[in-house]
Design a protein around this ligand. Structure first.
Ligand code: SF4
Length: 169
């Protein structure tokens, strides 16, 4: 225990702060998100994230929205493990053949009115994987999609901005 405490004090804080302009963007987008979420969803926007076959690059950025730097919970965005509690499906792709049934079941298990957002170039248009014997391509080929957030992968700021655009439309 003492060794761990020594290590903590020796190491100090190593997390790098965001560049000032990015920090300002996050604060501004977050302020608008908070306002919009309060009006439209009362308390919080609950998201079920579905990896329908991505390379996991998009997932890393989605996870980053939840870390101590971006901390999307402070704006009212939370993630759930169950589609039954979700307002929004955030789906990364392309949709692998093996994930088709699971994605359709998740879509049907999410209560209406639901919002489906395709994330990443693969989710939006098939990206570098496109369609093949193992891939059904974009999310829109399998379930109805309301909006797309492009990028390979989109950054946490792109994701926050994209979510804001969808819910404020
Ligand atoms: S858009 Fe890029 S990061 Fe996202 S799943 Fe496709 S290849 Fe991976």
């Amino acid at each position: 225990m003492i060794r761990i405490l020594h290590q903590i004090f020796r190491t100090g804080v190593v997390t790098e702060p965001l560049p000032v302009e990015v920090e300002q963007q996050v604060v501004e987008i977050g302020r608008q998100l908070e306002e919009c979420i309060r009006k439209r969803f009362r308390r919080s926007l609950v998201i079920r994230q579905v990896d329908a076959g991505s390379c996991n690059g998009c997932e890393l950025e989605i996870h980053a929205m939840n870390n101590a730097i971006y901390n999307c919970e402070r704006f009212g965005i939370t993630f759930t493990a169950s589609p039954r509690f979700a307002d929004m499906l955030l789906v990364t792709g392309p949709v692998s053949v093996n994930m088709e049934v699971a994605l359709k079941r998740t879509y049907h298990a999410t209560p209406d009115p639901k919002i489906v957002v395709a994330v990443g170039d693969c989710g939006c248009n098939g990206g570098i994987f496109a369609e093949s014997y193992a891939s059904l391509g974009r999310i829109g080929n399998v379930i109805p999609v309301d909006a797309c957030i492009c990028g390979c992968p989109p950054t946490p700021v792109d994701l926050l901005r994209g979510i804001l655009k969808v819910i404020s439309a």
